[in-house]
Every structure is written in C-alpha cells, then in structure tokens.
Design a protein around this ligand. Structure first.
Ligand code: E4P
Length: 219
C-alpha cells in the first residue's frame, strides 16, 4: 500500500520522507493557501524532496481551462508532478485528454462509487474518495471505500484507489484491510501510526536496565 502525505508544508514532507516510507504527496488549493507560498515554487520543492507522484490541482472549472493549466504545470514542473482534477463532467473530459497524452492524473472530490468508476473509465491514474468529509455529514465514509473496492474486484481496473480526507489512524487501518491502493494523510497521522504506548513503556524499561548495566561497568 502506498502512503502519501496530504500537505504543502515542506518541513513535514522532509520529516516523513526521512523515515523511508513516503510514496507521494497530495496538495490542494487550501493546502497551498495554508503554506503561504507560491504554488509552483512549493510544488517544485516538494517534487525535489519526494520522488513519488506529487498531485498539483487545476483550478479552472471548464475542460479547456483544466487542460491548459495541466499542460502548463507539466511543462514547468518536474516529471513526478501529476495533475489533480475535480470529479466533474468537465474534469472527466480533461482526464480523458490527459490519459490520451500519457499524463498521470488524480481525480479528486469523489463521494460515490459511481463517480469513482466513471473517473476510472475516463483514464484516471488515481481516484480520491474523501472519507472524513463523509463522516462529517453523519454518514460512514469507510462504506464508500468498501463499495469502491467491491466494484474494483468485479472489473479489470488499473486506476488506483487513493483514500483521502483521512482523520485518524483507524481510517488508515480500515483502508489497509479493505485493500485500498493508497492513503493520503496529514503528518500528524503518520506520527500517530508510529506511536504505541507499549513501545514507549518497553523502551523506558530497557533504558533503565541498560543504565544499570553501564553503572556496573558491564557495557
Ligand atoms: C486529498 O487529496 C485532499 O487534499 C485531502 O485529503 C482533503 O482532506 P480534508 O477533508 O481533510 O480537507
């Protein structure tokens, strides 16, 4: 399973990349706003830190505009940058064009299995169902991942399911169990996934005993 970081904060990306388990990065206009930096400049820097796919989102609402923005991003930015496109009819048409040109895409803001399948048929490299935002409406976002994986099991689909809008480590574990190909999450969740109180407690005990070994001159 691929683990992506959902951030435009280069310090966080460097921190998690150093662990050796970072497969890619997703950004969106809100994350770029939060970074306070120039869009292309920050995406270029991210693409230099992580060699995996880096999603850069188009902001045009019409197909031609999305295609023009996507091509400009591909021309200006490193090869590992892929084009993130909203899951609209216009976005589907743009995805189809990028697919024909051999340009990788991430179709985002997916909230139903039907949308995911249509994006896959249009040639999306990744589809991004948003779990947390469904949870926020009082429904269970994980059901969407289960539905999509069930559809994927019935057909020969090469598009990867990129679980997004992840709010806690349990979301990630459930995605792993359901066989989602990729999960994108904030740095906080990477840290939570690595933390276990019994690891901390065990280490504390080992360090205390090792201090005694050293004190006895046996180290
Ligand atoms: C995915 O690519 C999106 O950037 C992201 O996961 C959205 O998550 P949010 O609902 O926490 O904003």
């Amino acid at each position: 399973m691929e683990f992506f970081l959902d951030t435009a904060d280069v310090d966080e990306i460097r921190e998690i990349a150093a662990w050796g388990i970072l497969d890619g990065v997703t950004t969106n206009p809100s994350l770029i706003k939060k970074s306070g930096r120039d869009f292309k400049e920050v995406v270029r820097e991210i693409a230099g830190i992580c060699s995996g796919p880096i999603s850069a989102e188009v902001t045009a609402m019409d197909t031609d505009g999305m295609i023009a923005q996507g091509l400009a991003l591909k021309a200006d930015l490193p090869d590992n940058v892929i084009i993130k496109i909203p899951c609209t009819a216009e976005g589907l048409a743009a995805t189809n064009v990028f697919n024909e040109k051999g340009i990788d895409t991430n179709v985002t803001l997916v909230f139903s299995a039907a949308q995911a399948l249509m994006a896959a048929k249009a040639g999306a490299t990744y589809v991004s169902p948003f779990i947390g935002r469904i949870d926020d409406t009082g429904h269970d976002g994980m059901n969407l991942i289960a539905e999509i994986m069930e559809v994927w099991a019935s057909y020969d689909i090469s598009t990867k399911v990129l679980a997004a809008s992840i709010r806690h480590p349990t979301h990630v574990l459930q995605c792993i169990q359901l066989g989602a190909h990729t999960a994108t999450m904030p740095a906080k969740i990477f840290r939570q996934l690595m933390k276990h109180p019994l690891t901390d407690k065990g280490l504390e005990g080992f360090m205390k005993d090792w201090a005694a070994v050293e004190a006895a001159g046996n180290a």
